[in-house]
Design a protein around this ligand. Structure first.
Ligand SMILES: NC(=O)c1ccc[n+]([C@@H]2O[C@H](COP(=O)([O-])OP(=O)(O)OC[C@H]3O[C@@H](n4cnc5c(N)ncnc54)[C@H](OP(=O)(O)O)[C@@H]3O)[C@@H](O)[C@H]2O)c1
Length: 335
């Protein structure tokens, strides 16, 4: 591809999108357009991107196909990092991308490895989008990213690292022994910068990850680094299934209730990576993914241990989802 590839990015101000913008800017040689819903174009986060050389362009996914096609003018590679609740809005986007002549669409993946078909509601919604893309004969790449470092560690009894907790998950699923592939959120964009200019990834599922750690290993590591003793609570399959069974009928009655979604989605993840052991490279390969270790064996990253020691324990880590976090902490207290 030419060095001036034009990349359009939806969700550029979100957690995943921010990493992608940073990775693309760091790589250089790309023109980046943040495709932003009209109500958000003047938000401080969008304005800050403009100051870094990113074009901010309004795109309304609820507008007519003609309008969406117009918003995609000139975009060669389209990436979506849209929020979990808006996945199906990518269907008209994909149709418009085909009409607009987009050369490759990377719809919103960014999940751990989970098989389609009833294991995880978010995977199944995303697969609807992927199947739509395939019906269009639109070139695609699906990028899944493992589980973020930033949400992979439990709180300490002292409260010392509460400031950095992502979506806190203080339990160990099953017997805590399943290896789980982890990626530093900040590396996701660095992987994307390689993928979007790599023809080997066209029409492929790509699994990027840094390291594997089981929940037990993470609890051991946290005790070693902090000198504190952690309370180990194990969530059984039956307990997690009960959380899903509780949430499902309530979601059917109240489909936009975000906290109910979090309850179901969290339990489904814990079953998938924590008990089934889905989020592992060998299983990814079995499902047909090509992995970052095969594509980019020299990719440099900070180890999870170094991240915990030098950033989280040292009071220097940046948490994720500041607004949502408080709500989820409250939810964990009441369940
Ligand atoms: N692997 C993991 O460990 C992990 C962890 C968390 C999330 N994820 C995945 O990451 C993906 C992205 O989630 P996230 O948490 O990074 O997102 P997020 O922080 O919630 O941000 C969502 C972004 O999408 C934009 N957006 C929402 N609706 C839009 C619309 N209709 N039109 C255009 N833009 C819209 C938002 O822009 P505004 O400024 O307009 O609101 C925002 O920039 C999800 O699919 C999720 O499954 C993975």
């Amino acid at each position: 591809m030419a060095s001036t590839t034009v990349v359009g990015l939806l969700g550029a101000t979100g957690e995943t999108g921010t990493s992608i913008v940073n990775g693309l800017l760091e790589a250089g040689g790309l023109t980046i357009i943040a495709l932003t819903r009209p109500s958000s174009v003047s938000k401080p986060a969008a304005v800050a991107l403009k100051d870094r050389g990113v074009e901010i362009r309004a795109l309304d996914l609820k507008a007519s196909q003609d309008d969406i096609v117009t918003s995609l003018k000139g975009v060669e590679v389209l990436i979506s990092a849209i929020g979990p609740m808006e996945q199906l809005e990518q269907i008209p986007l994909a149709t418009a991308a085909k009409t607009a002549g987009v050369k490759r669409f990377l719809p919103c993946g960014a999940m751990p490895v989970v098989p389609a078909g009833g294991i995880h509601m978010l995977r199944d919604v995303k697969e609807i989008v992927y199947n739509h893309i395939k019906t269009l004969h639109l070139p695609y790449t699906i990028v899944d990213v493992g589980w973020w470092y930033q949400i992979a560690f439990p709180p300490l009894p002292s409260g010392k690292i509460d400031y950095a907790l992502g979506l806190p998950n203080p339990c160990l699923p099953g017997d805590g022994s399943q290896p789980n592939a982890l990626t530093d959120l900040r590396d996701i964009g660095r992987y994307f910068a390689k993928i979007v200019v790599d023809d080997r990834t066209i029409n492929k599922y790509v699994f990027v990850y840094n390291e594997l750690h089981s929940p037990t290993q993470i609890f051991d590591l946290m005790e070693k680094l902090s000198g504190e003793k952690l309370d180990r609570q194990y969530d059984t399959l039956e307990e997690l299934q009960a959380k899903i069974a509780d949430a499902r009928p309530k979601i059917a009655k109240d489909p936009t209730n975000f906290m109910l979604m979090v309850q179901q989605v969290s339990a489904e993840y814990l079953i998938s990576w924590g008990i089934r052991g889905d989020n592992q490279p060998e299983y990814a390969k079995y499902l047909g993914y090509v992995t970052s270790k095969e594509l980019y064996p020299d990719f440099k990253f900070k180890s999870f241990e170094a991240y915990l020691r030098d950033e989280v324990m040292a009071g220097k880590a940046k948490g994720v989802y500041d607004e949502l976090r408080a709500k989820i902490v409250e939810m964990h207290k009441t369940h």
